[in-house]
Design a protein around this ligand. Structure first.
Ligand code: AMP
Ligand code: ZN
Length: 114
């Protein structure tokens, strides 16, 4: 999608620290990290949010979890734990309207969330 920040990152039209890319997913470092490890797991196909999800998108969105698992292993936080967050819509402060999963870890987090 022409005007989408994450589509531009996926297509390398703007720079970012991509740590992994395949035909389905791109994983890169969040520019404003909220934890020692903060990665974004992003499907290459443009989908704004869960609200726009259609039947047939389950496989692709499921791959985001596989990508998160792999990225946690690559970052050395698979044993210590991590949090996966998908913000959807204004109340959740979704800033980029291209669905993405935050992978946060590398330090003890506060609990509960919110
Ligand atoms: P969300 O609020 O869930 O939409 O999260 C969007 C995330 O994208 C935020 O954590 C931002 O820090 C991050 N972000 C914005 N621009 C960039 C960029 N150019 N490269 C990497 N991450 C970005
Ligand atoms: Zn996009």
């Amino acid at each position: 999608m022409a005007d989408c920040l994450f589509c531009k990152i996926i297509h390398k039209e703007i720079p970012s620290e991509i740590i992994y890319q395949d035909e389905d997913l791109t994983i890169f470092k969040d520019i404003n990290p909220a934890a020692p490890v903060h990665l974004l797991i992003v499907p290459n196909q443009h989908l704004a949010s869960v609200r726009e999800m259609e039947s047939g998108d389950e496989l692709l969105l499921g791959k985001m979890f596989s990508g998160a698992k792999m990225a946690a292993e690559m970052s050395g936080i698979d044993q210590t734990g991590y949090r996966l967050i998908v913000n959807n819509g204004p109340d959740a402060h979704q800033e980029v309207l291209h669905i993405h999963m935050h992978l946060l870890g590398g330090g003890k987090m506060k609990h509960p969330m919110g």
